[in-house]
Write a protein that binds this ligand. Structure first.
Ligand code: RVP
Length: 484
């Protein structure tokens, strides 16, 4: 029958990268990539929009390490805005809620206030925020001995070195060096205080020299919104989100596409549309999407393929979508099913510009939820957003049919536990290091070059057995490999 003349679709374990002539040392492989029209990252890695994976804390660490976190949407619209703001404020060069002193406070009062607020100096301002001076612990110390009731006016330094909003980290450091000071108030053109740059702040930012930042130097962040959640999209956008992700299990749905177009019109942020898994779906969205996300059923906690009988093995899905997206210069994100760094780099070879992972990060310190102990081993919870638990806790409409709200759920995900893994930074180090190793084997120095140069070979099940550790008993755990 014609019906049974079916095309083959492949996934991660079906293929390997063909090793090629190379002069590329893995460490030299440049992992920078573009994930949407206006957003580039320094590593091609994104954390999943799931309530056991990405909230502000993990998103902050992802961006500091050069990647991107996408906030889940099992929270109120107000909370979404708060999480975005938290990420945006995290590594701010210019501090906005500045602790200030007033000139007629006593030295003792200011000392107590600085102690309470945990700062070691404060700009002195009058009632309309005009900067009059600056006072620090060093200014205060002698007064505490002999004149603690003297006014701040007397004790402060009144020749204040200030800068304007445009100051760069370098310029701020040069001012501090030249004038032997540790903080520079930021003022408008009427000398009114708008912020503060501190030495500690500049140095902390330096620690994350690979961080993914927006044009103002704030960390980048993405937000998942339901396909019809215009309100959440607007709030995320107003709070400064860089990308709004249309978060849908089947974005090749014409109502979803209409709504996504509308959201695209409404927000300044980029809009990434997903998930899709076929050429036809890509064709339906590339004209307006700033990026597309691929994955119908590959996720570790996802039962969509079993429950619905529908899906696309991930390597084929990514390759089909990338064929279309690359014609339009639209970035592609491969979402789900990645267990090892090797899977991640195979997804890039298939045509993705970045990968999104859930299970890989769910066990980290920065992921939401607490550590649980079972049989002496430590775990964290990890669950599908289409699982009964996640749907009960939130909108859950991603996997919900319109009239299903009062009925029993038909879940497409499971609730699970995943081993506790410690800090995200070491997980990312293993993931990205393994991907760079793949680039070394293929001989490509950049992601675009790698996408061009890489080729797959097909692996038999015997080949697959050979790929894994075999015929041995593993005695010590490797940081990047576990056989199950
Ligand atoms: P994984 O990294 O394999 O754990 O997959 C994570 C991805 O699985 C998510 O980014 C999302 O696309 C998908 N997901 C999330 N919930 C569910 C579900 O309940 N079916 N699937």
């Amino acid at each position: 029958s014609e019906k049974l003349r079916v095309p083959e679709a492949l996934t991660f374990d079906d293929v390997l990268l063909r090793p090629k002539e190379s002069r590329v040392e893995p460490d030299d492989a440049d992992m920078a990539t573009r994930v949407s029209t206006n957003v580039s990252l320094n590593i091609p890695v994104i954390s999943a929009a799931m309530d056991t994976v990405t909230e502000a804390e993990l998103a902050i660490e992802m961006a500091r390490q050069g990647g991107l976190g996408v906030l889940h949407r099992n929270m109120s619209v107000e909370e979404t805005a708060q999480h975005v703001e938290e990420v945006k404020r995290a590594d701010e060069l210019i501090i906005r809620d500045v602790v200030t002193a007033s000139p007629d406070q006593t030295v003792r009062e200011v000392d107590a206030m600085m102690e309470r607020k945990g700062v070691s100096g404060a700009p002195v301002v009058d009632d309309d925020d005009t900067v009059l001076g600056i006072i620090s612990g060093t200014d205060i110390r002698p007064y505490l001995e002999v004149g603690e009731h003297d006014s701040v006016q007397e004790a402060m330094t009144d020749e204040v070195i200030t800068a304007t909003e445009e100051v760069s980290p370098r310029e701020a450091l040069e001012l501090m060096y030249e004038h032997k000071i540790e903080r520079v108030p930021i003022v408008d053109d009427e000398n009114r205080l708008t912020g503060l740059v501190t030495m500690a702040g500049v140095l902390a930012r330096r620690e994350y020299d690979n961080a993914a930042r927006d044009d103002d130097g704030a960390l980048v962040v993405g937000v998942a919104v339901g396909p019809f959640e215009l309100e959440r999209a607007r709030a995320a956008d107003a709070a400064g989100a860089d990308i709004v992700f249309i978060d849908c299990a089947h974005a090749h749905n014409l109502d979803v596409i209409d709504s996504a177009r509308e959201i695209r019109e409404e927000v300044d942020a980029d809009v990434v549309v997903g998930n899709i898994g076929t050429r036809e779906a890509a064709e339906a969205v590339v004209d307006f999407a700033d990026g597309v996300k691929v994955g119908i059923g590959p996720g570790s906690i996802c039962t969509t393929r079993v429950v619905s009988g529908s899906g696309m093995p991930q390597i084929t899905a990514v390759a089909e979508v990338a064929d279309v997206a690359s014609q339009h210069d639209t970035p592609v994100i491969a979402d789900g099913g990645i267990r090892y760094s090797g899977d991640a780099i195979k997804a890039i070879a298939a045509g993705a510009d970045a990968v999104m992972l859930g299970s890989y990060f769910a066990g980290t310190e920065e992921a939401p939820g607490r550590v649980i102990t079972m049989n002496g081993k430590r775990y964290k919870q990890y669950r599908g957003m289409g699982s009964v638990g996640a749907m009960n806790d939130g909108g859950g409409d991603r996997y919900l049919k319109d009239d299903e709200e009062d009925e029993e759920f038909v879940p497409e995900g499971v609730e699970a536990a995943t081993p506790y893994k410690g800090p995200l930074s070491s997980e990312l180090h293993q993931l990205v290091g393994g991907m760079q190793s793949g680039m070394g084997y293929v001989g490509a120095e950049t992601i675009p070059e790698f996408k061009e140069r890489s080729e797959f070979v097909r692996v038999s099940s015997a080949g697959q057995t050979e790929s894994h550790a075999h015929d041995v008993v593993i005695t010590d755990e490797a940081p990047n490999y576990s056989p199950d």
